[in-house]
Design a protein around this ligand. Structure first.
Ligand SMILES: Nc1ncnc2c1ncn2[C@@H]1O[C@H](COP(=O)(O)OP(=O)(O)OP(=O)(O)O)[C@@H](O)[C@H]1O
Ligand SMILES: [Mg+2]
Length: 409
C-alpha cells in the first residue's frame, strides 16, 4: 500500500475542499472579521461527524488568511497549567512585528474526559473569552454536557455529513489521478456505505482497489452495508480463524480502522486467541517483526515496506496456530491505544525540533529525537520552572513546544 490517499489528497487550499460550503464560509467570515479588530465571539466551535473536513477546513483557511496555525490535540493537553502556559501565552502576547498572526486550534476536544480534565475545560472556557487571537475548538458532539459553557462563549459552526453525490464525485477525481477505472455503481456503493464520512470512503476505495487498474461492482458488492463497529470483529475473525495466508492477508483490505489501530487489536487479542505457548511465541515474533517494519515506514516514510508489516501481522499470526485449538474466544478491546496514527505534521515538527535543539547541543536531529526528547518531555510535564528555562535557552516558539509535548511514541 502506498501513501494513504487521505493524506495524498488532503486539500491544501480552499479550492480542494469538498462540500460543507456553509461551514467553510462561516469560518472564513469570522476569520476575516479579526482583521477589523476583535469580533464579539473570540472563539469558534466546529462540530460534526468524523471525516467531514473539520480539521482540514481550519488548515486550509489558516493558509488562506496567512495565520500561523498552533494546533494542539486536546487529549495531550490535560492539565490546567499546560493549557495556561501554552495557549494562554500564545493568546496574550502579540506576535513580533512582521510575524504572522496566530490561530490556536484545540482539536479533538472529546479526548478530554474525567475529573482530571475538568480544570482543563474550564480553563479553555475562560480562554475563549479572554484570548487575543482567534481560537478554534473542534469536537464531534457540541451537545455533550461538558461543553455547555463553551457553547455560549463560542461561535458554533456545524459540519454536515458529506452527501453521497459529492463523495462519488471526489472518489471519481481520485480514480482519474490514480489511473484507476471504476464502475459508477462501485463508487456509489462505497460512498453509500461511508454514511457521509469522506475519509472512510477514501480509505475504502484505496483498500479495495489495491493492485487493480479496474474496480468493478463485483469487487465491492460483498461489503454490503456493514456496521462500522462490528467490522473490526469480522476482521479479527479473518486473522485468527484463517487457514491460509491469503485469507489472513485479506483482513487488512477489509479493515475499517487504520493499520496501526488494527495492529493494536491483533496484538491485544493474540494471547487470548492462541493458548499454546509455542504458537503464542511464534505469533508474537511475527508481531514484533511487523512492529519493526511499521517503525521503518514511519521513520523513513518507506511506504513500500508496509506490505511486509501487513503480512507479518496477519498471515504471520494466523500461521503461528499449530497446536492451539480453534475455540471461540471473545475479542478484547486494545488497552494501549495511545501512540496511534502520527500525522505527517507531527513528524515534520518533531524533525524541526530535533534540528533546532541539535544546533545548540551539537547533535544530529535524529539522535536528539531519539535520545534527548524523551527526557525533555518528562521535564516539561513535571517541572514548570525547567520548562520555562528550556523555552528560553532553546528559543522555542509555541508550535515547537506543542510538538515537544506531543512527541511521544
Ligand atoms: N470536506 C472535505 N474536503 C476534502 N477532503 C476531505 C473533506 N473531509 C474529509 N476529507 C478527507 O478526509 C481526511 C480527514 O478529514 P478531517 O481530518 O478534516 O476530518 P474531521 O472532520 O476533522 O474528522 P474527525 O472528527 O475524525 O477529526 C482529510 O485528510 C481529507 O483527505
Ligand atoms: Mg479532525
Amino acid at each position: 500500500m502506498a501513501l494513504p490517499w487521505t493524506e495524498k489528497y488532503r486539500p491544501t487550499s480552499v479550492k480542494g475542499f469538498v462540500d460543507n460550503g456553509k461551514a467553510l464560509r462561516q469560518l472564513d467570515e469570522w476569520l476575516t472579521s479579526w482583521t477589523r479588530g476583535k469580533p464579539r465571539k473570540k472563539a469558534a466551535f466546529l462540530h460534526g461527524p468524523p471525516g467531514v473536513g473539520k480539521t482540514v477546513c481550519v488548515e486550509v483557511l489558516a493558509e488562506a488568511h496567512d495565520f500561523d496555525l498552533i494546533s494542539l490535540d486536546a487529549s495531550n493537553w490535560r492539565t490546567k497549567s499546560a493549557l495556561e502556559r501554552i495557549v494562554g501565552a500564545a493568546s496574550r502576547q502579540r506576535p513580533l512585528i512582521g510575524a504572522k498572526e496566530r490561530l490556536i486550534v484545540l482539536d479533538e476536544l472529546e479526548g478530554m474526559s474525567g475529573s482530571q480534565d475538568r480544570g482543563g475545560l474550564s480553563t479553555i472556557a475562560r480562554l475563549t473569552k479572554t484570548t487575543g487571537c482567534p481560537m478554534v475548538l473542534i469536537a464531534n458532539d457540541v451537545w455533550n454536557p461538558r461543553f455547555s459553557n463553551l457553547r455560549n462563549s463560542c461561535l458554533v459552526i456545524k459540519f454536515q455529513r458529506v452527501p453521497v453525490r459529492s463523495i462519488v464525485a471526489h472518489l471519481r477525481g481520485i480514480c482519474v489521478k490514480e489511473d484507476l477505472l471504476a464502475e459508477e455503481e462501485a463508487l456509489r456503493l462505497i460512498a453509500d456505505r461511508a454514511k457521509g464520512d469522506l475519509r472512510s470512503a477514501m480509505t475504502d476505495l484505496q483498500a479495495l482497489s489495491q493492485g487493480k487498474s479496474f474496480l468493478a461492482y463485483e469487487d465491492v458488492h460483498w461489503l454490503g452495508n456493514r456496521d462500522r463497529k462490528e467490522a473490526i470483529f469480522t476482521v479479527l475473525g479473518r486473522v485468527f480463524k484463517a487457514e491460509t495466508c491469503w485469507e489472513a492477508r485479506r483482513a487488512v483490505e477489509v479493515a475499517d480502522v487504520d493499520y496501526e489501530m488494527l495492529f493494536e487489536w491483533i496484538y491485544e487479542n493474540t494471547p487470548h486467541q492462541l493458548s499454546n505457548i509455542e504458537d503464542l511465541n511464534d505469533a508474537l515474533n511475527a508481531l514484533s517483526r511487523a512492529d519493526i517494519y511499521f517503525r521503518r515506514v514511519r521513520t523513513f516514510q518507506a511506504w513500500k515496506l508496509l506490505k511486509y508489516a501487513f503480512d507479518q501481522m496477519t498471515a504471520g499470526v494466523a500461521m503461528a496456530r499449530k497446536k492451539s485449538p480453534r475455540r471461540w474466544v471473545s475479542f478484547k478491546f486494545p488497552q494501549r491505544i495511545s501512540v496511534m496514527s502520527r500525522t505527517r505534521r507531527t513528524r515534520r515538527l518533531r524533525k524541526e525540533l530535533g534540528l533546532k535543539l541539535g544546533a545548540t547541543l551539537h547533535m544530529g536531529a535524529d539522535s536528539v529525537v531519539r535520545d534527548v526528547l524523551p527526557y525533555l518531555r518528562i521535564m516539561f510535564a513535571n517541572d514548570d520552572a525547567a520548562a520555562t528555562k528550556m523555552m528560553d535557552a532553546f528559543d522555542l516558539d509555541e508550535t515547537l513546544i506543542a510538538s515537544l509535548r506531543d512527541s511521544g511514541g
